[in-house]
Design a protein around this ligand. Structure first.
Ligand code: FAD
Length: 412
């Protein structure tokens, strides 16, 4: 049985980032994962500019180090395909120059990206990494803190502070922190790897297709190194049950028969199976800490409700959790009241954009408006530039909320 001040449960992007920031502050931690790395994680594998920023915050040389990875494909933008079939191409940076600019995003299998982070962790003497250790239950200790139990109910670890970063199916989040899985704020997702998909973008733009007969769900094709592609679908769980959608059947139906996909997949080969996993969305503010614990990443439901992006938000929460640990150890205060500093810091950074994405998610209820925006923007360079800048400029993105934005668009 191990005793520690700080234990991090889960070594995905949230947990690994917290461990690295703690190490930077000279604080030791125990990082526990049931998997042995490298390990797969069902995901779209798209890493936004926010991920690159978070890598830089861990260490200024990390973005450059990651860009040298064979398994990371630079991506320069997104193609949105509207319900009416309008293609709106939005570069992450307007007028980008591939030879000079650093890429704003990457696509890299999580098998590789998460292992890249774990390789950084392994270089830090402050972090003790335990792989292949599954935590099955939790008990509160009389003196404060938690005992982490194995499958045989044996106590494995005792810790004063627990950073819960064990993903979308976290038993701690559900049973100890009481975070309910609400279908209105939860998305179901499927992912498959293919080779031989035709018509992938030369600059590795990722593709988001909003097909009329699959709304409010979306279909994606994200190019990967070696001519492979990450292909998947996502749909709000409330819509899945209301419409009784069989996601796997729908995904294969679209690949086999949708006019926009059929030709492109005619020589494509499915590699491995089609795997599913949940996306706890951050479209609702929740309590993400309590006596002696904090919830990070998916365990705290922090995924962007419009884009499905969760890696960067997990890393951001990991960074703020490390800061809170520092404060707690200094003050020797691990109480619910003191922990609120963590909730405040995370939502201060993320709530504005999560709320906006919730509103954009609702745009999918108005497919005709989506078509109109896409159609106008594909012909109007100023509008296309504005939308492109919205990726980096939240104030600009706010305009999408204003009816005047759409009125001007419709009558210009
Ligand atoms: C289909 C799909 C597509 C997605 N596409 C994207 C995308 O393109 N871009 C993006 O940014 N995000 C995407 N996301 C979201 C993203 O995958 C998550 O937000 C991200 O993985 C959250 O990181 P995390 O560190 O919180 O948790 P995770 O990455 O889930 O890591 C949790 C870790 O905890 C470990 N663990 C779990 N239970 C235990 C236990 N009992 N004991 C010990 N260890 C345990 C696991 O082995 C794992 O290593 C997608 C999600 C899905 C499902």
């Amino acid at each position: 049985m191990l005793k520690t001040d700080v234990c991090i449960l889960g070594a995905g992007p949230g947990g690994a980032t917290a461990a690295l920031h703690l190490a930077n502050k000279g604080i030791s931690s125990l990082l526990v994962d049931k998997a042995v790395f490298p390990r797969d994680k069902v995901c779209g594998d798209a890493l936004s500019g926010k991920v690159v920023n978070e890598l830089r915050r861990i260490s200024p040389d990390l973005p450059q180090l990651f860009s040298q990875e064979q398994e990371a494909l630079p991506s320069w933008g997104i193609h949105f395909i509207s319900p009416g079939g309008e293609k709106l191409s939005v570069p992450f940076k307007y007028n980008y120059q591939k030879a000079q600019d650093a890429p704003a995003g990457y696509i890299s299998k999580r098998l590789h990206f998460d292992n890249f982070l774990i390789e950084q962790v392994k270089q830090r003497s402050e972090v003790r990494l335990l792989e292949g250790v599954e935590v099955a239950a939790f008990e509160r200790l009389p003196e404060g803190g938690f005992a982490l139990l194995g499958k045989d109910s044996q106590s494995l670890i005792q810790t004063k502070l627990l950073l819960v970063a064990n993903g979308a199916q976290s038993a701690f989040s559900r049973h100890v922190a009481n975070l309910q899985q609400e279908p209105e704020h939860y998305c179901a997702g499927l992912r498959a790897y293919y080779k031989g998909v035709e018509g992938l973008d030369g600059d590795n733009f990722i593709e988001l297709h909003f097909f009329k007969d699959f709304l409010p769900g979306y279909f994606w094709i994200f190019p990967l190194p070696n001519g492979h592609a990450n292909v998947g679908v996502g749909m709000l769980s409330s819509a899945v049950s209301k419409k009784k959608v069989n996601l796997k059947k729908e995904m294969l139906r679209m690949i086999e028969s949708h006019p926009a996909l059929q030709q492109r997949f005619r020589n494509a080969e499915l590699l491995g199976g089609i795997k599913g996993y949940g996306l706890p969305l951050g479209s609702k503010k929740r309590r993400i800490s309590g006596d002696n614990y904090m919830l990070l990443g998916d365990a705290g439901a922090l995924i962007d409700p419009f884009t499905g992006e969760g890696v960067s938000n997990a890393m951001i929460s990991g960074r703020w959790a490390a800061e809170q640990v520092f404060q707690c150890l200094q003050a020797q205060d691990f109480s619910t009241a003191f922990m609120q500093g963590y909730d405040k810091a995370v939502y201060n950074r993320l709530w504005k954009e999560l709320k906006l994405s919730r509103q954009m998610q609702r745009l999918l209820n108005y497919p005709w408006l989506f078509d109109k925006v896409a159609s106008k923007a594909s012909k109007n360079t100023v509008l296309a530039e504005t939308i492109s800048c919205m990726f980096n400029d939240l104030d600009l993105r706010e305009r999408l909320k204003q009816p005047s934005f759409y009125l001007k668009l419709l009558f210009n």
